[in-house]
Every structure is written in C-alpha cells, then in structure tokens.
Write a protein that binds this ligand. Structure first.
Ligand code: S3P
Length: 448
C-alpha cells in the first residue's frame, strides 16, 4: 500500500529561498512519554506544548481506555489524572495505535506489567512492523503475547501480576525497546536493567526521574550504557513542558540550509545531544546552523536555531551516529542531493523497519527525481548534484510522514517541482506542515 484510503496528492514547486520565523511542533517522543507517565502517576500531570499529531492522540486515547483521565485543556495543554503504577484497568475494546511504533512498543511495556489482556493493533504500516523486539524481553518478565505471523499486530498482551525484574542487553539500538523494558520494570520488584550498546534517546530515563522514579545510568566502557530502574515504583504527577521536536525542525532546517539566500529561525527546538546527529552532520557538510538563546526547559536543553542557506558538501556519516539521527536520514538524503560529492550513510539497516522501508523509499524517490544513489542492505550513498537536483518526479510515500515531508522539501530545492502521492500521514507528527512551509515561502499545493 502506498497511500491512505483518501489520498491527497500534493506538488511542491521550486522556490528561490525560504525566510522567516517558525516554531516546530512539540516533541513526539516526549509527548508520548508525558501521557504514559502521567497515566502511571498518582495525582495530576499538566502537559504543555504537547504534539497534537495523530500518533500522540492515539496514545492519549489508549491511556483513557486503560482508565486514566486525559483531558485537553487548551492548545497543546493536556491534563492527566493517573491511576498509579500498576493501577490501569482492562480496556473494553481493541486499542488502535494508528501509525505509531513508539505508542505500540511503549504501551506494550506498560501492559506487560498489568494482569489483564489487551488487544492492540494499528494501521497498515504499523501492522507490518516487527514486535518481537519488545515481545522477547517482556516475555522474560512474565507477560504473554499472541500475535500474527512474524510478531506483527494485531497482538494480544496478557500482563504479569508480578513481573520479574530482568537485566536485558538490547540486540538493536532502540529507545522504544529500552523504554518498554524500563516501563514494565516499574511494576516489578527489585531492579530492572536495560543495557544499550549504543546510547539512544534518554527521554524515558529523564522523565521517569522528573516523576519521582529512581533511575541510574552508568556508562560501562566495554558493555555500553547501563540503565537501571527501581521497581515497585511510585510516580507522582508533575508538570511537563514539551520542547519543539528536533526531528520535525529538521525539515525546515534542511530546506533553508541547502538553498543559498535562505534565512530562517526555528524557535524552541530540543537539542538533547542524543537527538541532534543531523545538525552535527549538516554542519560537517558546511551548513550554517547557530544555536541561539540556549536554555533548559522542563529539564531538556532547548535553543532557537538560526539557519542560513549555502553550498553543502558530501560527507561520510559514521555508523555510531545513527541512533542520534535515526529519523533524519530521509531528510539528510535531500540535503545530500543538493551537495557536492557523495554522502555515505552506513549502519542504517534499522531504517528498513520504520514506518516504511525508508532506505528503499528514499532510493526510489531520489531515482525518480534524477538523483543518483546506491543502496545496500545497511547503507545508502547519495550522489550530490552540486546545486539544484533535477526533480520532476512523483513519489510514493508508503504511509510514511517523513518520506512525505522530505520529498516536499526536495521540490522546493529542485529544478522542477516534486509531487507526492499523499500528504495525509504528515498529520501523525507535524500537523500544519504544508501551511507552515508555505508561510516561509514554499509553494506546496494540492494536485489531482
Ligand atoms: C523513538 C525511538 C526511535 C524513533 C522513533 C521514536 C522513541 O525508534 O525512530 O521515531 O520515541 O523512543 P527506535 O527505538 O525503534 O529506534
């Protein structure tokens, strides 16, 4: 399947430059976690800056279905009345997590520590994605799973009345898997440890502490990063201020950085170092990205990004950087298409199991727009056009918001416009993207 049922194709026409000030939507990872921890806490949690994209709204509905009170109190403002750790109750219907892998996997961790059965499902994209990565550790903690062939959704999870604390070394660098284990560990006696060979985003650890959880992190030199959560936990409702999402800001940043004459400011963007690999890479490519007004908001580092366009050069992205920019390779490929020389991205096999097979989707989209690239099971090399790439293609987005936004950005930067088959999925992470881009000078509109 390449588009949602009522596909809305759009064309992004070439422009000279983008200019202006914008604010990226709330961080998706933190928004999911704020709702989930709010539901597991005692008392009231007030969230501001919550991403009101479909993925997060599904998590809000899931927490409600599991017994928490979740209420919208204003734009980006949500109040959660939690049920306490282990205090959620059996939902009366299937929980549909839409397009969201993060929602599905984090909530699987929560359900694994509750002694009732829940059925979870998702859209065609999510139903293709592997769930064994959470099933394996959560079964070791005592939960039972029943799923379709290949560990795909729909899936039934029967949680353990008393989950076992485990020590688990992650076979893949995945914040979702780490988080699932830690969340279930809240309900276990003793200490639960997740060991990650490569550090991944640490929002679960940080936010657990903010809610009064006891989490320790050790950087073992040979064994990786060791994260331990104390079980039989008690979480207390807190206020959470969600910063702008660096993964969403990435589309605006590349649209500006790759076009000489562009000059934008993106305000209030999270710059947690475990999320900013793209910005490091773009700077290595010669991009002018300046962090202004750096500050701490809700315990996370935040800055306004000033980006001025210029010429970029291709680079080799080290594989160990992948976890800190895992969602940004599609938009990096667009920057690479405008650069001089080749950009080599290695160690990126995880992109094959995202909302789409992103290596295949990006390679196909680049080829359709006259851009050379080479794909292996674990790498992508983009041959830069040293300026505007040809463009002119119509790209299949495969129910993947980041493929959609990446190729709309390509249209702005190319010689000829780029069409995509559907803008619908963009609402999962960046509602208002088209309007915001057009406000900065892009020319994106509906086509037949
Ligand atoms: C996320 C982790 C990443 C990322 C996803 C959000 C999270 O997935 O791709 O968009 O919020 O924990 P993996 O943990 O599978 O790498």
């Amino acid at each position: 399947m390449s588009a949602s049922a009522t596909a809305r194709p759009h064309l992004s026409a070439p422009i000279d430059a983008i200019q202006g000030t914008a604010r990226a939507p709330g961080d998706k990872s933190m928004s999911h976690r704020a709702l989930i921890l709010g539901a597991l806490a005692i008392g009231e949690t007030n969230v501001s800056g919550l991403l009101e994209g479909d993925d997060v709204l599904r998590t809000a509905a899931a927490m409600r279905a599991l017994g928490a009170e979740v209420e919208r109190t204003g734009e980006g403002r949500w109040k959660v009345l939690g049920r306490g750790v282990g205090g959620l109750s059996e939902p009366s219907d299937v929980i549909d997590l839409g397009n969201s892998g993060t929602g599905a996997r984090l909530i699987a961790g929560v359900l694994a520590g509750h002694p009732f059965t829940t059925f979870i499902t998702g859209d065609a994209s999510l139903r293709r994605r592997p769930m064994a990565r959470v099933r394996v550790p959560l079964e070791r903690m005592g939960a039972k799973f029943l799923s379709r062939a290949g560990d795909r959704l729909p899936m039934a999870i029967t949680g353990a009345a008393r989950p076992l604390p485990i020590e688990y070394t992650l076979p893949v660098a995945s914040a979702q898997v780490k988080s699932a284990v830690l969340l279930c560990g809240l309900m276990a006696p003793g200490e639960t440890t997740a060991i990650e060979p490569e550090p991944t985003r640490d929002h679960t650890e940080n936010m657990l502490r903010h809610f009064g959880g006891v989490v320790t992190v050790k950087d073992g030199r040979t064994s990786g990063r060791i994260v331990t959560v104390k079980g039989d936990a008690e979480l207390i409702g807190r206020d959470v201020a969600v910063p702008g999402d660096p993964s969403s800001a990435a589309f605006l940043v590349v649209a500006a950085a790759a076009r000489p004459g562009s000059d934008i400011r993106v305000e209030g963007v999270g710059i947690n170092p475990l999320r900013t690999g793209l910005y490091t890479t773009l700077r290595e490519m010669g991009a002018e990205i300046v962090y202004q007004n750096e500050r701490l908001e809700g315990g996370e580092p935040v800055a306004d990004l000033r980006v001025r366009g210029g010429r970029l050069r291709g680079v080799a992205v080290p594989p160990e950087r992948a976890p800190s920019m895992i969602d940004e390779y599609p938009i990096l490929a667009i920057a690479a298409a405008c650069a001089s020389g080749e950009t080599v991205m290695q160690g990126v096999h995880e992109l094959r199991v995202k909302e789409s097979d992103r290596l295949a989707a990006v390679a196909a989209g680049l080829a359709l727009n006259g851009i050379g690239c080479r794909e292996t099971p674990d790498s992508l090399t983009v041959i830069g056009c040293n300026g505007r790439p040809p463009g002119g293609g119509r790209v299949a987005t495969h129910l993947d918001h980041r493929i959609a936004m990446s190729f709309l950005v390509l249209g702005a930067l190319a010689e000829k416009g780029v069409a995509i088959d559907d803008v619908g999925m963009i609402d999962t992470s960046f509602p208002g993207f088209v309007e915001l881009m057009n406000g900065l000078g892009a020319k994106i509109g509906a086509v037949a």
